[in-house]
Write a protein that binds this ligand. Structure first.
Ligand SMILES: Cc1ncc(COP(=O)(O)O)c(C=O)c1O
Length: 372
């Protein structure tokens, strides 16, 4: 509810600003007006039409610019909603502690949200993660515990350690991003409505990959509901994830095997965030690392967009959905985060060779491989 009041305020402020500044030609792309603190700056991201891919397919290919969130990724939305859900349920009171198991963007989102709201943040992560990630979370104010990387069914798995840590404290919550459906709710209440409003309801398909499943499930749920089922929902899956084969086989869960250069996506099970909406899925695509890495370079060269690998995978999926649907359709996807945290790999000659991806980069894009 607070979102619509922000939007209303934002719209009024924007109109006033536009009236005042139109003679100077000022263009405001992020219609927010003034917001009260960092948490209210989450969401309301631009929907960017990818010009070259749209021309190439004869469709409108639109990317939701989630890298423009304050913490730099789509996970800011989930972070805000899991924290505010805990507050509403009385699990978190002033001065409390948030505990999560995460190695990536959710931790960064939570760190920003917790600082902004005055909570302490404790993060458990597998000790296989880079020192850079640990340092970043610590400098954002989190207490970080790198623990041995063991399977989920081992009690020492980082997620279980996070849960036990929260249970051992008073006024503390384990936010449990994978199975806490406040994550999915963030996208039902914000991402979905924003896409619908930004396209004026002219959206034919939505596609993206899943980690927790919150973004795909929540956005799909909203777009399906508001369009009476008209908007198609296509799940995009990286190598090493089981969801593509689960959907194609009509619900058979296989063992996870192999891996991908993408981070934050790919899944071995149906999370509680995905479960309520998996039946709404119209199809799925498996997107190879070769296609994703090439798209990182293409988006940079053709669109000026500096994207991480999960975003590039989503763009490949949107292009393939557009090609399947045919000219004249509008396909929306998620630009989850930027390439900043991954640059030392994605633009490194040595790293590309180590993944057998060096030869995938077309000649005219080789100039972007600037790191040894
Ligand atoms: C870079 C990146 N892309 C995509 C996702 C997937 O989002 P979700 O967890 O909502 O499925 C994540 C999740 O951590 C991520 O970090």
């Amino acid at each position: 509810m607070f979102r619509s009041s922000i939007r209303k305020f934002g719209t009024t402020a924007l109109r006033a600003a536009a009236a005042e500044t139109s003679s100077y030609g000022v263009r405001v792309s992020k219609a927010q007006g003034v917001v009260n603190g960092l948490t209210e700056a989450i969401g309301n991201t631009p929907l960017i039409r990818l010009k070259r891919l749209s021309e190439q397919t004869g469709c409108n290919i639109l990317g939701k610019a989630e890298f423009q969130n304050p913490g730099g990724s789509v996970k800011d939305r989930a972070a805000l909603f899991v924290v505010e859900d805990a507050e509403r349920k009385g699990l978190l009171r002033p001065g409390g502690t948030v505990v999560e198991g995460t190695a990536g963007n959710t931790g960064i989102g939570l760190a920003h949200v917790c600082r902004s709201k005055g909570y302490k943040l404790v993060i458990y992560m597998p000790n296989t993660q880079s020192q850079g990630k640990i340092d970043l979370l610590r400098l954002l104010g989190a207490e970080v515990y790198p623990v041995p990387a063991v399977a989920f069914d081992n009690p020492q798995n980082y997620n279980h350690q996070a849960r036990r840590h929260a249970e051992s404290l008073d006024n503390a919550v384990w936010t449990n991003q994978f199975d806490n459906t406040a994550n999915r709710q963030a996208h039902i209440e914000t991402t979905g409505p924003e896409i619908w409003a930004q396209t004026g309801g002219k959206v034919d398909a939505f596609t993206c990959a899943t980690g927790t499943g919150g973004t795909f499930a929540g956005t799909t749920r909203y777009l399906k509901t508001v369009s009476n089922g008209r908007v198609k929902a296509i799940l995009a899956d990286p190598p090493g994830s089981v969801l593509h084969s689960y959907i194609q086989s009509g619900g058979k869960l296989t063992e996870r095997s192999g891996g991908s250069i993408t981070e934050g996506i790919g899944q071995g099970r149906i999370t509680d965030n995905l479960k309520p909406d998996i039946g709404l899925v119209d199809g799925s695509l498996n997107i190879s690392d070769e296609k994703s890495i090439e798209m990182i370079y293409r988006c940079l060269d053709e669109e000026g967009l500096y994207l991480g690998a999960s975003s590039a995978l989503n763009v490949v999926a949107a292009k393939e959905v557009a090609e399947k649907m045919g000219k004249g359709h509008t396909v929306v996807t998620i630009l989850c985060d930027g390439a900043y945290r991954y640059a030392d790999r994605l633009f490194s000659d040595t790293w590309l060779r180590s993944k057998n991806l060096r030869d995938v980069i077309p000649k005219h894009l080789e100039k972007y491989i600037v790191l040894p």
